[in-house]
Structure formats: C-alpha cells, structure tokens
Design a protein around this ligand. Structure first.
Ligand SMILES: NC(=O)c1ccc[n+]([C@@H]2O[C@H](COP(=O)([O-])OP(=O)(O)OC[C@H]3O[C@@H](n4cnc5c(N)ncnc54)[C@H](OP(=O)(O)O)[C@@H]3O)[C@@H](O)[C@H]2O)c1
Length: 396
C-alpha cells in the first residue's frame, strides 16, 4: 500500500508507540487523526505536527474503555477527514491482579472494552468502506505477552490474545479485498508502560538484561510493513523466535514463575489499574519513568511524593516474607515434543556455559543468581533458535 496522501486514525496517540506512529506517519505524508483520553497531550502533539508544516491533526479526547465511545470516534474521524484509510488500534492498558481475585470485575471488563471491543467496534465501523473502495489497512497492536503467561497479568494477556485472534481472522476474511491487516506484537518497548511493568511481581527480574526497543524504531518498522503488506511485526526482533514457537515461551515462562515463586502472593486481593489514569502506584511509576528513572527496585518503592524509599524491596503484590510454593522439578518432562525438549536442553546448556564462563559471576546458588543466568540464557536461547529453526518459521 502506498501510504502517501492517505488518512489514518491512531488511538493511544498521547504517549509511547502511538505518539511515535503519529509523528512517523505524518513525515510520510499521511493526514492523521489522533485519539486518547489526555486531550492536552494530543493538542501538544497536534501543535508539534503542525509546526513541521504538515496539516494539523484532528484531535479526539475519548475514553475507549467505555462502551459506545469507539463507534462515535469512528464517525467523528470520518467527519473530520472525509474517510479513514488506515485504522491503527494502538490504545491499550493493563489491570494487575490474581485471577481468583479479579474474576470478571468491572476493571477487567473495562480492560476488555479498551483492548478488545473498542478495536473491534472501530473495525466494524470503518472496514466496510475500505472494502468498498478496495483499499485500506487495519493495524492492531497486541503484545508478545500473549504467549508468556505471568501471574497477575491474566486479564491483560487474555485481552491481547483475543485481539490477536481477531486480527488474524480479519486478515483471512479480507484476503483479496485490497484491505491490509497487520498485527504489531511488541515485547518490551521504552514507553511509560515500562515504568508500570516494574510493579508486576517478578517481571523485572524475568526481563532483566532484555533491552527495551525504541517506539520510534517500531513506528518505522510498521510504516515499512504497511508498504509491503506484511502480516505481523514482532519487535524487538529477538522475540520473533519466542512468538513463532509459543510452546517454548509458555514453558519457559512457567519455569521462571516457579523460580521466582517468592515474588508471588496469591492471597493478595489487590486489583491494580495501569495507565495514565490508573492507580496511584501505577501513575507514580509512569511519571518517574518519564523523568528518567529506570531502576525497577526504585520504581517499585515510590512513595506518595514520588520518591523511592528503602523499605519494601519486593514488587507490588509481594509482601516481604511471602512463602514460596515448592519449587518445580527442573527435569525435562517426558511428554515434551522434540523442539521443546531441544529448547530446554539448549537453555540448560547455556545456563551451564554462563555459569562456567562468566568471569567473576557468582555461582548460581541463590534464586536470584540462578534466575539471572536463566534470563541471560533465555535471550541467548532465542538467538540459538533463530539460527537453528528453518528460516520459514520466522517469515512473519
Ligand atoms: N511498551 C511496551 O513494552 C508494550 C509491550 C507490549 C504491548 N504494548 C502495547 O502497545 C500499545 C501502546 O502502549 P505504549 O507502550 O505506547 O504505552 P503508553 O505510553 O502507556 O500508551 C498507551 C496509550 O493508550 C492510551 N489509552 C490508555 N487507556 C485509554 C483509554 N481508556 N481510552 C483511550 N486511550 C487510552 C493512552 O492515552 P491516555 O492515557 O491519554 O488515555 C496512551 O496514549 C498498548 O496497546 C500496549 O498494550 C506495549
């Protein structure tokens, strides 16, 4: 698709990936309409875009966690621009909480409204016209976490997996119509959401050593992919293997969660909303991240005035002294299929290499040091899979 001169509606453009996409698309000659809740940030972005000589974007302050708002947004965008050629469903947030606590509470339902039903409503409102015109694109931003289950993140992962399924189905349904459907699957990307990720029990340690990607680079990849009718963009690239072989990712997640068992407390009844209008802790972590704070332990211990405190070394849901469930066996289970068995073997080999070869590294006797080794190995293992598996597995 040649995107020059087209019109795009981007949700979640007040921050992070959506903001980078709006700027990058504008540079390519796309007229954009931008939506999110924080109208003042959208106005600022519109000023910035206008100052480059590009047409001023239409701005829509909209809360997409409310039913019906997405359809109104679609009508408003069409009124403002004449039509929408590219729909980018990027707005998203998370809710943290143990599954047995969160159940189907309003917070989880609102999350599905934002992450699943609003993109679906925008699609239903805008795609029929794209089809009739024989051209257009729908870009849905999901998450690599859809293949990496993690305690307290069930609602977020389920919502992103649902959006992923909607996207893949839509692509099949629109084959041959001229309407391009793409799923963007980010792993860690350096946006304020990363500040909140530090609050998720164990996740900072699980992701230790993985360098978050850049939202600007991701925006460039999306633009290139739009030009080539690519079905999926997985970013950072290291995660392509993880996404292509989800069984391995799931099993590895489970092992990490078992190793980090002391971080979890399923008796904790808190439900924590993420996002710019989420709970205090989430907002403090986002704001500190925006001010440049990157240390997960400091992000986890911010007090009401936004300063890191010394107490409470564990993550949000993990009070000090939480009892650790019994560690799972480290043996490879007999039922594993061969790629999975090979992957575990590679990871085990890499773990031993890391232990033996890293000069000055502590012996992996504590949970933390063992975990650090495993984390490094997971990344190295992904690179190993990329070189061992057939190239076709990674042609997304
Ligand atoms: N960064 C990562 O590591 C990562 C990884 C995997 C997936 N993702 C996905 O990437 C997408 C963009 O996230 P990001 O990393 O750029 O995070 P971000 O900086 O927090 O941006 C999220 C955007 O969504 C908007 N939004 C949130 N709740 C909304 C609501 N109820 N109604 C309307 N807009 C809402 C926010 O605007 P307001 O707050 O102004 O409403 C903001 O513009 C999300 O779907 C996220 O799930 C990100």
């Amino acid at each position: 698709m040649d995107i020059t001169g087209t019109r795009a509606l981007i949700t979640g453009a007040s921050s992070g990936i959506g903001r980078s996409l709006a700027l990058a698309l504008t540079r390519e000659g796309v007229l954009v309409a931008i939506a999110a809740r924080r109208g003042e940030l959208l106005d600022g972005l519109a000023d910035e875009i206008e100052s480059t000589g590009a047409p001023r974007p239409a701005v829509f302050a909209a809360d997409l966690s409310k039913r019906g708002v997405a359809r109104d947004l679609a009508s408003s965008a069409v009124r403002a621009m004449g039509a929408v050629d590219i729909l980018i469903n990027n707005a998203g947030a998370a809710v943290g909480g143990y599954q047995a606590v969160i159940g189907d509470r309003e917070e989880a339902r609102d999350l599905f409204e934002l992450n699943v039903w609003s993109p679906a409503a925008l699609t239903a409102a805008l795609v029929p016209v794209m089809r009739r015109r024989g051209t257009g694109a729908v870009v849905n931003v999901t998450s690599a976490m859809q293949v990496m289950p993690w305690p307290t993140m069930g609602s977020y992962m389920a919502s992103k997996a649902a959006l992923g399924c909607h996207t893949q189905t839509l692509r099949l349904e629109l084959r041959g119509t001229g309407v391009h459907v793409m799923e963007v699957i980010p792993g860690p990307v350096a946006t304020p959401m990363q500040g909140e990720s530090a609050l998720i029990p164990g996740l900072a340690r699980a992701a230790k050593g993985i360098k978050p990607g850049s939202p600007d680079e991701l925006a460039q990849l999306v633009i290139r992919a739009l030009g080539r009718n690519v079905a999926q963009v997985v970013y950072p690239r290291l995660l392509r293997a993880t996404y292509a072989v989800p069984a391995i990712a799931r099993r590895f997640s489970a092992r990490q969660a078992a190793r980090l068992a002391t971080e979890f407390d399923p008796n904790d009844e808190r439900v924590v909303l993420s996002g710019s209008q989420g709970d205090d802790l989430s907002r403090r972590a986002r704001e500190a991240w925006e001010r440049g704070e990157r240390d997960p332990r400091r992000l986890q211990t911010l007090n009401a005035s936004g300063r890191a405190e010394r107490r409470c070394p564990n993550a949000l849901w993990a009070p000090v002294g939480a009892t650790a469930p019994q560690r799972q066996s480290e043996q490879v289970e007999p039922g594993l299929n061969s790629p999975d068995r090979r992957s575990v073997t590679i990871l085990n080999e890499l773990a031993l290499c890391s232990q033996n070869q890293e000069e000055g590294a502590p012996a992996a006797t504590s949970d933390l040091s063992k975990f650090d080794v495993a984390s490094r190995c997971f990344q190295a293992g992904c690179r190993g899979f990329e070189s061992r598996l057939p190239l076709s597995a990674f042609l997304c």
